[in-house]
Design a protein. Structure first.
Length: 195
């Protein structure tokens, strides 16, 4: 069926270019995942706090390598993108990414997590801010949204500090290991004023 409106972003908007390296601030950057990042990914998915808020786990080195390897294909397919958050020595601190990219709608979902040693220093907020700026200015997206369990206070704090207000609550919409969770929906539009 034909669209009644032109796509907001043309096919190839992502795939026509290499996934960029994004500066966050001196000593902090976002870069595409590499095969040698698999040990950090496995450590992250072994973390009880990360497992608490995820619905999948990684059971071995091969799965961790598959996780890092998938992102190049998803960038080329223009369905998702993920970046390693790294320090000045290229040590992995966490992840920030886009899921469910819809070029027709110029929208995507945002995700993020940090390894335990990187928490409590504002790194997730800064990384989300850098990804948001790139998404709105360079990638041409119109809307970024994210969801987290209403019980995940730390994730809510990151979203709010990065300028993503709560739009509502999706009741009982995600099932974690301990049962159904209500989810906060946060979002930003490219046209939103950043306060």
């Amino acid at each position: 069926m034909p669209l009644l409106v032109a796509p907001a972003l043309a096919a190839g908007s992502f795939a026509a270019q290499e996934q960029p390296h994004l500066p966050v601030r001196p000593g902090l950057a976002l870069r595409p995942w590499r095969d040698d990042d698999a040990p950090a990914v496995r450590a992250a998915f072994d973390c009880p706090q990360i497992q608490r808020w995820h619905v999948r786990r990684i059971d071995g080195d091969d799965e961790a390598r598959s996780w890092t390897a998938q992102w190049a294909g998803r960038w080329c397919d223009e369905t998702a993108a993920s970046w390693a958050i790294v320090d000045a020595d290229d040590r992995q601190l966490g992840q920030v990414g886009l899921r469910g990219v819809l070029l027709d709608e110029a929208s995507a979902q945002v995700s993020y997590w940090l390894l335990p040693a990187a928490r409590g220093r504002g790194i997730a907020t800064e990384a989300l801010g850098a990804l948001t700026r790139w998404s709105f200015t360079r990638a041409g997206l119109h809307r970024l949204a994210l969801e987290h369990s209403t019980a995940n206070v730390a994730s809510c704090r990151v979203a709010t500090r990065a300028g993503f207000p709560v739009e509502g609550v999706a009741r009982g919409s995600v099932r974690h290991a301990d049962g159904w969770h209500d989810m906060h929906l946060h979002a930003r539009l490219r046209t939103d004023r950043r306060t």
